[in-house]
Design a binder for this molecule. Structure first.
Ligand code: KG4
Ligand code: ZN
Length: 341
């Protein structure tokens, strides 16, 4: 079954063709991140306009790369939320138009279900049931997916998302957007024990809170900037950026690994999956793989290109949604910016 899948919830316009939820025939991604970088983050208006500019070409390219026509497509799937309203609407409108014009069943997909289902595309042995961690620019969730392909949320962030914390601190350090990959890179040359960060203790041990960590990081940076100004020196002489990036990242990873291990103990799952943009982080991948090895649990993590937003993950999620027996929607489908999993 070939699924034509759309993803446009943030600043990536992506259209993919996925066969049987496992095989990528095409996964075309056009990103406006470079343009957004000039503004220090995603400007929703600009993101929506960029989607409109490129979506038709991205659809054509995806079908061409897959060597498909619409006749070869069994179903159309689209990220209907959560995300930026204007951005989501572009993908939803395009998917609805194609489904209607070619009389194909249409399936709305939750963005986070898409992220975690990217794991089906990377490991032929990956299957339900599993416990997973989704860490992106907008979300941090611990989830399980059962044999009927139902999701259950075990824990979530109570404030900032994990990627958001990376991006905000990177911005305060003067690094370009998106900040996660920048901090990842700098931390290779840094001492992760140099700066100390607080750990949050929450009622539900599987929930996350990154705002205390973010405030502590901003306090370090602002103090260094203030003292440097008084002394007439550069603030980077007072705060070693490599060590700081490594320490900040290590604090985030410690929390993610600890909570993931607790989630595995609770669910007794034999499989753990990592997903979302932050899953591209080298140290996080290594740390979670080590924790899973220790607990004799299989660990899966998508290739880096499938960690950040892409259409293929939506095609994979749609296949498993269809297997679960969900009926297709119709052309009344809307975008749902705050859709919860
Ligand atoms: O999943 P995604 O592409 O978009 C959302 O759904 O939000 O995630 C984007 C987030 C950004 O916050 C970005 O900084 C972060 O993923 N990210 C990383 C890395 N690559 C992307 N964070 C840490 N290390 C990375 N290597
Ligand atoms: Zn995402």
């Amino acid at each position: 079954m070939n699924i034509l899948a759309f993803e446009s919830s943030c600043d990536e316009t992506s259209v993919a063709v996925v066969k049987d939820g496992r095989e990528i025939l095409a996964n075309v991604i056009a990103s406006s991140a470079d343009l957004q970088s000039q503004f220090g983050g995603v400007v929703p208006e600009i993101a929506a306009r960029e989607h409109v500019k490129v979506i038709t070409a991205v659809i054509a390219e995806a079908l061409a790369q897959a060597a498909c026509t619409m006749e070869d497509i069994a179903a159309v799937a689209v990220t209907a939320g959560p995300g930026l309203a204007g951005s989501l609407l572009v993908g939803v409108s395009a998917a609805k138009a194609l489904a209607y014009a070619y009389n194909k069943p249409l399936y709305p997909i939750h963005h986070l279900a898409g992220h975690i289902c990217a794991n089906f595309l990377c490991d032929p042995n990956f299957d339900v049931p599993y416990t997973g961690l989704i860490v992106s620019g907008g979300h941090s969730h611990l989830v399980t997916m059962d044999k009927e392909y139902n999701f259950q949320i075990l824990g979530r962030t109570l404030d900032d998302a994990c990627g958001e914390a990376f991006d905000k601190i990177a911005r305060a350090l003067g690094l370009p957007y998106p900040g996660g990959p920048q901090i990842d890179k700098l931390s290779f040359a840094g001492d992760s024990t140099r700066y100390e960060f607080p750990e949050s203790h929450l009622q539900n041990a599987l929930d996350f809170s990154f705002s205390g960590l973010k405030t502590a990081a901003l306090t370090y940076i602002n103090r260094a900037k203030m003292q440097a100004e008084q002394k007439g020196i550069n603030w980077t002489d007072l705060l070693n950026i490599n060590d700081f990036a490594a320490s900040f990242q290590a604090a985030i990873i410690r929390t993610l690994v600890k909570h993931s291990e607790k989630a595995l103990k609770l669910t007794q799952a034999r499989r753990f999956a990592l997903a979302g943009g932050v899953a591209a982080n080298t140290h996080l991948r290594e740390a979670l793989a080590a924790m899973c090895r220790k607990n004799k649990v299989d660990f899966t993590c998508p290739d880096r290109i499938l960690c950040t937003d892409n259409g293929a993950m939506i095609g994979a999620a749609a296949y498993y949604l269809i297997l679960s027996g969900v009926k297709p929607t119709d052309s009344t489908l809307n975008a749902y910016p705050s859709w919860s999993l």
